[in-house]
Design a protein around this ligand. Structure first.
Ligand code: AMP
Ligand code: GLY
Length: 422
């Protein structure tokens, strides 16, 4: 008998993971809470259950006889979903509440990096607004970054160019409390310059197996300008990450996390995604995510040749060392189609046309979509990720954009420069 798997989330990342799991002969059923119109094509949506509703997730896991949980997004783990499901006898690929602190507390992860010799930007942690302001004023106008320590949906990091920006950032986080309790503590961090790369690894508590590198595009508009978004596109492999750099990140970051967390009694199980900044003097770890990146997952899943369920099951059982994970040599490029106005205000409910007109080997992963009486309609900021593969990044890119042009909804917006010049 095959497995009954639970996924939590409603993004194109969850659709990509569900799509990949669907290819496994070992998976009977996939349940996605709450899911979207795309995940409904791969399994059963538990549309009424939100990612932070841990009690309901545990109840649903029992009701649907779920025997495997594969974590993809950040919200449920810091609330203890893995701990609770494990106690119910569900095998889990994902971090416990304690291990999820690597992502859920930037104060924790900064201290961890310093203690374990992982190169990172220097930072000081404050819980008192006045002390934080006094510290900023004592600095000499060097660029700094102000970060809310807790989870803030990717928005709690404010890059500042002078002390005034930094004081405004402290006001937003600690006085206005735009990110709620995530801003109880702030980090004031040295601003680094360089280029970014997303590292991902499957982790089983002791052993980590690196995935290929991916690069994402965080800003809303072409040329990397405009507001920060959840991510407007991605490609893999990352052209600029050579073998030397990949080895450095594996040994100096990922393996140090595995050893350090295990030694602290919090072995890390699940996907570890260190956000790296490659500066002139080497690679710095900016943060840890204890999950897959979105849109990185959308370009990684189509390149994975090994059965995803086999890999995650082995990781959950602490047996990753015996598993060979194979990846396609093909490149993948994903372009996010978003609602006009995203990431600020946008309208929902526009009819989406053309998702069935794409090439047979092109994937359209849904995020903010919903099926209603008019068919498929928009239901969020990021709506779709269109992913194509090719012998080269350039070939995959051309194909992705050719297919994006076949999909239409009112005010659709997408970047034209994803993977350009790679
Ligand atoms: P984080 O969530 O900590 O990765 O921060 C989100 C984004 O803010 C990163 O992807 C970077 O673009 C930027 N960022 C974070 N920390 C720094 C830093 N120390 N220097 C420059 N940019 C940063
Ligand atoms: N692609 C950025 C993130 O998932 O955090």
């Amino acid at each position: 008998m095959g497995s009954r798997v639970l996924l939590v989330g409603a993004g194109a990342r969850e659709h990509a993971v569900a799509w990949k799991l669907r290819q496994s002969a070992k998976v009977d059923e996939i349940f996605i809470a709450p899911g979207n119109a795309g995940t409904a094509l791969c399994g059963t949506n538990l549309a009424d259950i939100q990612p932070k509703h841990i009690d309901e997730l545990v109840k649903a896991a029992k009701a649907h006889k779920i025997d495997f949980y594969l974590s993809t997004m950040d919200d449920p783990q810091p609330l203890g979903l893995v701990d609770r499901l494990t106690a119910e006898g569900v095998l889990c690929y994902g971090p416990t509440k304690a291990a999820a602190q690597l992502e859920s507390s930037k104060a924790f992860s900064k201290k961890f990096m310093v203690e374990h010799g992982i190169r990172t930007a220097a930072a000081t942690v404050f819980s008192d607004y006045r002390e934080a302001c006094a510290y900023v004023e004592s600095l000499n106008d060097h660029g700094i970054v102000v970060k809310a320590s807790g989870l803030a949906a990717g928005k709690g990091v404010i890059v500042c160019y002078d002390n005034r920006d930094a004081l405004t950032a402290l006001d937003i986080i600690m006085v206005r409390r735009d990110f709620g309790s995530a801003g109880d503590q702030v980090l004031i961090e040295q601003r680094l310059e360089g280029w970014e790369a997303s590292a991902h690894a499957f982790c089983d508590g002791k052993t980590a197996v690196m995935m290929p590198f991916a690069s994402d595009y965080k800003r809303a508009q072409d040329g990397d300008i405009g507001l920060n978004t959840g991510g407007m596109g991605a490609y893999s492999p990352s052209a600029r990450v050579d073998e030397g750099l990949a080895t450095e990140i594996r040994t100096n970051v990922v393996e140090k996390v595995m050893a350090g967390m295990a030694a602290s009694g919090m072995p890390f199980n699940g996907t570890l995604y260190p956000g790296m900044m490659i500066a002139k003097d080497g690679a710095y770890c900016l943060e840890f995510n204890a999950r897959m990146g979105d849109p990185e997952a959308q370009v990684l899943m189509p390149r994975l040749e090994t059965d995803l369920f086999d890999v995650c099951q082995a990781a959950a059982q602490g047996k990753l060392a015996g598993i060979g994970v194979r990846w396609s040599d093909k490149a993948a490029v994903g372009v996010v189609m978003a609602s006009g106005g995203y990431p600020a205000t946008y309208k929902l409910g526009h009819v989406i046309e053309g998702v069935d007109d794409v090439d047979a080997d092109v994937m359209v992963f849904h995020a903010g979509t919903k099926a209603d009486s008019r068919g498929l309609v928009t239901y969020g900021g990021r709506v779709l990720t269109v992913v194509a593969t090719g012998a080269t990044v350039a070939e995959a890119r051309a194909k992705a954009y050719d297919n994006v042009k076949r999909i239409h909804f009112m005010d659709a917006q997408y970047r034209k420069d994803i993977a350009a010049g790679v």
